[in-house]
Design a protein around this ligand. Structure first.
Ligand SMILES: NC(=O)c1ccc[n+]([C@@H]2O[C@H](COP(=O)([O-])OP(=O)(O)OC[C@H]3O[C@@H](n4cnc5c(N)ncnc54)[C@H](O)[C@@H]3O)[C@@H](O)[C@H]2O)c1
Length: 264
């Protein structure tokens, strides 16, 4: 590895690396000089085009498969002898109100979003523990910090990711391993577009957008900015946090007083 940058010499393991937020984080890490191990169900053309001066490799795997995640980490160790950052972005939308939600759907969402996160961390932790260093960065959601209509399984999975991350910070902090969750607002990715394309959802797009105090959806690169900070030395004393990167979505409630305040 001979790349320059603020993450030069680091190795970053990114799940969900083929698309959206995971891809943007992998791109940012690579641009900052890190070597990147990507894991996803399959590579994408965007992953194939990713420029990584320090090197990259890809592992096609399902995050529910622990031995496949272990093999991915082993491949990174073979090639680069270390793992410094684990960023877990693999995830799926899903759910619905509980009385309509089938058990299979509950299990699918919890297994991928929550158990998959646990398995990614479990696969990498022996290496981080041996190194006595590392940064675990989980992609949760603002929907893991508060409820939203029909959220059920998705929100429960992301709330689980938040508290799992805090426990990782508790258990491994003394070994120099930090753990933080990023809680994105609604980010313009293939996942979000697919949700708003579902039957009946189109009309809600604007209402959801308006909940962001900045008046727009986020971009994957804006989550990657936070993911870079949390991976970097600038965050050396930051652990156990759930960082909302949400354009003010959960800053508070609005009651349409803009006219009264002269702000329209
Ligand atoms: N887009 C948003 O508004 C938003 C908001 C908050 C949180 N998130 C979270 O961010 C993460 C990334 O979402 P995104 O919006 O970039 O979506 P995306 O669909 O663009 O990317 C998700 C990636 O995860 C992969 N993936 C799905 N199931 C997998 C599995 N079982 N094993 C391995 N890989 C799997 C997909 O193939 C895909 O490449 C997800 O955890 C999502 O819940 C997204």
């Amino acid at each position: 590895m001979s790349a320059e940058g603020r993450l030069a010499g680091r190795v970053c393991f990114v799940t969900g690396a083929a698309s959206g937020i995971g891809l943007a984080c992998a791109q940012r890490y690579a641009a900052e000089g890190a070597a990147v191990l990507g894991l996803d169900l399959a590579p994408s053309t965007a992953w194939d085009a990713l420029e990584a001066p320090a090197g990259k490799c890809f592992h096609s795997a399902d995050v529910r498969d622990f031995s496949a995640q272990q093999s991915a980490v082993a491949a990174a160790l073979d090639r680069w002898q270390r793992v410094d950052v684990v960023l877990t972005a693999a995830g799926v939308p899903g759910g619905g109100p509980v009385h309509m939600l089938e058990e299979d759907e509950w299990d699918r969402v919890i297994d991928i979003n929550l158990k998959g996160t646990y398995l990614s961390c479990k696969a990498a932790l022996p290496t981080l523990i041996e190194q006595r260093s590392g940064a675990l960065i989980t992609i949760a959601s603002i929907e893991g910090l508060e409820g939203s209509e029909g959220g059920s399984a998705y929100n429960a999975s992301k709330g689980g990711v938040v508290i799992l991350t805090k426990n990782l910070a508790m258990d491994y902090g003394r070994l120099g391993i930090r753990a933080n969750a990023i809680c994105p607002g609604f980010i313009d990715t293939p996942m979000l577009r697919s949700v708003f394309q579902m039957e009946g959802m189109e009309v809600y797009r604007e209402r959801v957008r308006e909940q962001h105090k900045l008046g727009r959806f986020g971009k994957p690169e804006e989550i990657a900015g936070a993911a870079f900070f949390l991976a970097s030395e600038d965050a050396s004393f930051v652990t156990g946090q759930a960082l909302a990167v949400d354009g003010g979505f959960n800053a508070g409630h609005t009651f349409d007083l803009v006219s009264m305040m002269g702000l329209d």
